[in-house]
Design a binder for this molecule. Structure first.
Ligand SMILES: [Zn+2]
Length: 272
């Protein structure tokens, strides 16, 4: 079976000691596509480097996370935009602008800050310009973001760790957006309900590592090795065979990120 981790922070310092082993283990377990999501300019550079070191396995998403908008270095937004533009043609390595978005819980007043809005606008604008998909963090802001997106010509949208409101899921599906879910598929009633409601054709798996999880993952370092268990849980929720679910998610990953390299590898290796 082939699996994907469409959202992990491989450039995080908590992985720096053993990132090579983690990527190697992922491959051994069949997790054949990893998208290393950036948080800022440093992790954008580092994610790109990881993608170059692990061709056709690790891919980079470059951008500035809303959590990092309040301590931006001088020119960090422009430098990040420039880095994205400089690498935009390199679609075997840079597959998206991410992780970008808005976070209402971070400002203290239940609204995203002005600087979050500005940075998000810059990130969406560059994604529009070079026709890259976007990977979005939308804690407490999903409706706001879904309302904003039609004013940009964004090619493809992935709402990572979608949690609520469930009532917006039909709009997301109509627009052709995708969502990702991870380890909470095993223990969160809310996330399990989202998975029941979203068509499998608009769904991918993620870990968001090194974020830590409870349930069966309590106390463990989050790595792509969790993905087969996530797919197990999704298969059970959907009442489908695990292999069928894994194949569909892998196909979604190839389609969403437009990855010919992964597609070729898939053909080489058959469909076992
Ligand atoms: Zn993340």
């Amino acid at each position: 079976m082939k699996f994907v981790d469409a959202h992990i922070h491989l450039a995080d310092d908590r992985y720096s000691q053993n990132v090579k082993e983690i990527v190697k283990e992922a491959k051994q377990l069949g997790v054949l596509g990893l998208v290393a999501n950036a948080m800022d300019i440093q992790t954008s550079h580092k994610s790109l480097k990881l993608a170059k070191e692990h061709p056709n396995h690790v891919y980079a998403a470059l951008g500035i996370h809303p959590w990092n908008t309040k301590n931006l270095a001088e020119n960090e937004v422009q430098d990040t935009v420039d880095l994205i533009l400089a690498n935009a043609k390199n679609r075997q390595q840079v597959v998206a602008v991410g992780e970008i978005g808005l976070d209402a819980t971070y400002s203290g007043n239940g609204e995203p800050t002005e600087i979050q809005m500005q940075v998000f606008h810059e990130m969406l604008s560059v994604a529009e310009k070079i026709e890259l998909p976007v990977i979005i963090h939308s804690r407490g802001t999903t409706s706001q973001i879904v309302n904003m997106l039609p004013s940009y010509k964004i090619k493809k949208v992935l709402l990572h760790w979608f949690s609520q409101p469930h009532s917006i899921l039909p709009t997301i599906v109509d627009r052709g957006y995708y969502i990702t879910e991870g380890p909470p598929a095993l223990f969160s009633g809310g996330i399990r309900e989202v998975i029941r409601r979203i068509p499998l054709t608009k769904f991918m798996t993620e870990t968001d590592g090194p974020v830590r999880f409870r349930g069966p993952f309590n106390g463990k370092l989050t790595t792509p090795s969790f993905i087969p268990d996530v797919v197990d849980a999704v298969a059970e929720l959907k009442g489908r065979e695990k292999s069928e679910v894994a194949d569909q998610i892998f196909q979604n990953f190839v389609d969403f990120f437009e990855l010919e390299g992964v597609r070729n590898k898939r053909h080489d290796e058959g469909t076992s």
